[in-house]
Design a protein around this ligand. Structure first.
Ligand code: TXA
Ligand code: MG
Length: 359
């Protein structure tokens, strides 16, 4: 896989690859994505093939800054806001103005230029305006929307560096735009905006449910509590119980549970605290420890730091020969460590899926 660096020539090269109907791995502030022009069904088909992604799992459409209005998105055939009530339109525009560019994907009625393959045949489309500077340079140069799922094989850990993309997709993809390590480290928040202005959180991320509620003055439902299982699957296809999974088995629990585990197995420990905060006994029980925070980050930096390192730490344990199985500390057992943020529930969501039985 070729690495293309940013800068004028690199961005031109990337735009040329995408315009010719090829796919390209790109950085975003959340995770790296595998991009193709969203209006080009053949390019989109190449994304599914490279990831081994089942066609029932729809893709998110990324847009350049400057396209953050329903009028513009309708005009381009990305959305069809005529299907929304005035209240829903007002909410959508508010969300654009406050959270874009940034890690919020908004599910809206789909416009006529978006191929079926992008939305898995749904009548809605997920739209997101990323804030990563190089992603924006590329989108603004292209002036085309990019369909991009996370750049990993289906069901596996999302890549937060170009090296991780290369390990995941290797020679299945010809190039990656180098954008450095991802600033957020976890995928975007996904919010469904229904025609009647009902809001449903389909995936937690940096932008929290509470932030959305306080901006819109509307309650944000969770799919499980608000919908029957069937309609929940229709709203959030692809949100499978087992996802973000390392190859090795992963157990989630309080650190104290590690003391009771079978020691004939070599455990890799994913700890939220630095090693210095762990007892010698615990450290001895693990063949390798990956810490999500440093001593200097036991403050408001705690959750952002943990989110940024989560996927790379899981990947490191998964790749380590001395480790047979992974034990991840349950963030709910951290006590009053730090005030919960949107990232707290996002981290728990990803770890729970990583620990879920594989199908
Ligand atoms: O942060 C992100 O969102 C990253 C970066 C690359 O932008 N992308 C990402 O894409 O996480 P992906 O494909 O790994 O996850 C997209 C998820 C799908 O699994 C599906 O659950 C949801 O978005 N989705 C997409 N379109 C949808 C739609 N029309 N209705 C409901 N859910 C949708
Ligand atoms: Mg993904």
């Amino acid at each position: 896989m070729k690495i293309i660096s940013g800068g004028f020539l690199g961005i031109q090269k990337c735009a040329q690859i995408l315009k010719s109907g090829e796919v390209l791995a790109i950085p975003t502030e959340t995770v790296y994505g595998l991009a193709g022009v969203a209006f080009d069904a053949e390019a989109v088909a190449k994304i599914f093939a490279a990831k081994d992604r089942p066609s029932f799992d729809p893709l998110i459409v990324h847009i350049p800054s400057g396209w953050g209005s329903l009028r513009k998105l309708d005009e381009l055939g990305i959305t069809r806001s005529a299907l929304l009530s005035d209240a829903a339109k007002t909410i959508a525009e508010r969300l654009f103005q406050n959270f874009w560019p940034g890690p919020l994907t908004i599910i809206l009625p789909r416009g006529s230029k978006i191929p079926d393959l992008v939305t898995s045949g749904l009548e809605t489309v997920g739209v997101r305006m990323p804030r990563h500077a190089l992603a924006q340079d590329l989108l603004r140069t292209l002036q085309l929307p990019l369909a991009a799922p996370s750049a990993n094989r289906f069901g596996r850990i999302s890549p937060t560096s170009s090296a991780a993309v290369s390990k995941e997709l290797g020679d299945r993809v010809s190039a990656v735009l180098e954008g450095g390590p991802c600033e957020v480290g976890l995928e975007s928040t996904i919010l469904h905006v229904a025609p009647d202005a009902t809001l449903t959180l389909l995936r937690p991320g940096e932008i929290s449910r509470e932030q959305i509620e306080s901006l819109t003055g509307q309650p944000v439902a969770l799919p499980d509590s608000s919908l029957k299982a069937r309609s929940s699957a229709e709203l959030a296809p692809g949100m499978l119980a087992s996802h973000y999974a390392p190859r090795k088995g992963l157990r989630l629990g309080p650190l104290s549970a590690l003391a009771e585990l079978d020691l004939s197995k070599r455990w890799g420990l994913l700890s939220f605290r630095p090693s210095s905060a762990l007892s010698l006994e615990l450290r001895n029980r693990a063949s390798r420890v990956e810490s999500l925070t440093t001593e200097a980050e036991q403050n408001q930096e705690f959750w952002p730091a943990a989110a940024r390192r989560l996927f790379s730490a899981l990947r490191a344990l998964d790749e380590c020969d001395e480790v047979e199985a992974i034990f991840a500390e349950d963030p709910r057992t951290l006590g009053d460590a730090s005030v919960a943020t949107g990232l707290t529930s996002a981290i728990l969501d990803r770890l729970t899926r990583a620990a879920a039985p594989r199908t």
